[in-house]
Design a protein around this ligand. Structure first.
Ligand code: ATR
Length: 509
């Protein structure tokens, strides 16, 4: 079972001990990053294993390998020897592991290390990219006895992460630590077990003076509690979300919480991807059971589907793929999530008497428009780019216009319900109001698909004018419930809803 390693990257040993104390219950191993210590602290490392009382890795990372040690190799080797020199029958007083780079050839140091009962982690770092001959690189790393081989490369694309996964599988039985650094390699950390990695390096990222030891590292508490890393085995069902940039997404919080509360052997992983085809290839290689698909891949994922629901056909966008016997099956849960949310909000059974304006004509608006048609609403589509409004309206015989004064005037006849579907106003301090010319009369029911911030400038203006308003949070949860059913074949456990909260969400799905 892969272990959790807490990287200690604070400037003093005392502070590192404090951090270790706070997160000890999540860590199997800790790594003392001596290169992160203040220079005078580096001389005091000898007693640290005894104080820390956890299997410790001694690492002095050079700047060329992504660390902070700027001195020469002589000084570095001296420091390593200083750290190891506490020869003691009680191994708890020694470092359990010493990280030695593959190009550091000091036989006497290796010999002494082994004499002290310390295991060598033979490491290779590529902070620029991923080597083309990775399997060969892993196989040819100098090692002997019970050394562990560590290969840490930078994934500049999702393809690099696939290369690491495949190379790991082809490189024999040697105990390994395999890491794809950067955003495209986040899955290689959470799924260390699937990648065949001995451990996953983490940091205590919520501590301000404990920075990530490498790009893409995950917070130790998040790895242990949200992703339930210690429960992940080869049998664990893997789900996830793909999109770009996918910087912050609420879905892992939602799904992993449901999986935990339901005691399911499943994990939901973010797969930020520079190309949707690469993500599908990785999902195949990892035997992923289902993916949420978000901006900008809801359309480009369609060619990878073996089957698709009628909604995907009519909307032209797919936000859910699940593994079927023939390949990937695509569905669109945005549509159902939206209409459930709207009907609940307005207290209506259908929209046959409603006159509705949709602001926007992008992917989200397409799902909204198809549902408005199904529910019988008389609809006006307004979009900044009028051509797109016309195209979308033509599919359903809706009225259309632009967001200029002429279009806004038309809204006066379609203002029982107004639905804002654009990204205008999304995120922190975004003052954009896509329909700033429209004056609310206070009777409109107004829905904005954005949920972060909770009130966009547009929605706030509506609320201030006396309108009933609703943001996109409810729709987000409702579409995720449909996804849960598609992923697992089970009804969503409604009784758990009060215990599931989306956090840190920015509207990427
Ligand atoms: P999504 O899948 O989230 O709907 P999209 O397909 O890229 O994303 O569509 C974005 C929508 O937001 C479009 O309707 C876009 O208008 P244009 O078609 O004119 O580009 C709209 N949009 C984005 N920023 C906007 C802004 N500042 N003001 C008005 N509309 C905006």
């Amino acid at each position: 079972m892969a272990k959790i390693c807490l990287c200690l990257t604070a400037k003093t040993l005392d502070r590192n001990l404090e951090i270790l104390g706070k997160y000890r219950k999540h860590a199997d191993i800790a790594e003392l990053r001596v290169d992160c210590l203040a220079p005078d602290e580096r001389l005091q490392i000898r007693n640290f294993p005894q104080q820390a009382d956890i299997p410790l890795i001694l690492t002095i990372r050079r700047t060329v390998d992504g660390g902070h040690f700027e001195g020469g190799e002589g000084a570095r080797i001296n420091l390593m020897a200083r750290g190891l020199a506490f020869a003691d029958a009680d191994r708890r007083r020694n470092f359990a592991y010493l990280d030695i780079e593959d190009d550091l050839n000091v036989p006497s140091l290796e010999e002494a290390t082994r004499t002290f009962g310390t295991r060598i982690i033979r490491s290779y770092h590529n902070i620029k990219g991923t080597d083309s001959n990775l399997a060969e690189k892993i196989r040819s790393m100098p090692h002997s006895g019970d050394d562990i081989v560590k290969v840490s490369v930078t994934a500049n694309s999702i393809t690099d992460t696939i290369a690491l996964l495949r190379a790991g599988k082809r490189s024999g039985k040697q105990e390994k630590i395999l890491i794809a650094m950067g955003r495209y390699g986040i899955c290689s950390r959470i799924l260390a077990e699937q990648f065949g990695s001995f451990l996953c390096y983490t940091s205590a990222l919520t501590e301000t003076d404990s920075p990530a030891a490498a790009p893409g590292q995950i917070d130790i508490k998040e790895l242990a509690e949200l992703y339930r890393f210690r429960n992940i085995t080869a049998a664990t069902k893997v789900y996830g979300i793909t999109g770009y940039p996918l910087n912050v997404t609420a879905s892992p919080q939602f799904f992993n919480t449901v999986f935990r509360l339901e005691s399911m052997d499943a994990v939901y992983v973010p797969f930020p991807a520079n190309a949707v085809g690469g993500c599908i290839e990785l999902a195949n290689a990892l035997n992923v059971f289902g993916l949420s698909v978000t901006v900008p891949y809801k359309e480009s994922v369609i060619p990878f589907l073996a089957e698709q629901s009628p909604e995907v056909d009519s909307i032209g966008a797919c936000n859910t793929v699940s593994r079927g016997p023939e390949g990937w099956t695509g569905a669109n849960t945005d549509a159902g999530g939206f209409s459930d949310s709207l009907l609940e909000f307005t207290g209506r059974k259908n929209l046959k008497r409603a006159r509705v304006t949709v602001i926007g004509a992008g992917g989200a608006a397409r799902a909204v428009a198809s549902e408005l048609r199904r529910l019988g609403a008389k609809t006006l589509i307004l979009n900044r780019t009028i051509l797109k409004a016309r195209e979308l309206a033509a599919l359903y015989d809706f009225a259309w216009g632009s967001l200029d004064s002429q279009g806004i005037e038309m809204m006066g006849k379609y203002n029982d319900i107004i639905i804002q579907t654009t990204s205008a106003g999304m995120g922190e301090n975004n003052p954009t109001d896509p329909a700033a010319l429209y004056r609310f009369n206070g009777k409109e029911e107004v829905m904005d698909l954005i949920y972060h911030p909770a009130l966009t400038p547009f929605l706030k203006r509506a609320a201030d004018s006396g309108c009933r308003v609703q943001n996109g949070y409810d729709m987000l949860i409702r579409q995720a419930r449909y996804q849960y059913t598609l992923f697992t074949g089970k009804e969503f456990p409604e009784h758990l809803l009060p215990r599931i909260k989306f956090e840190n969400s920015d509207g990427e799905g």
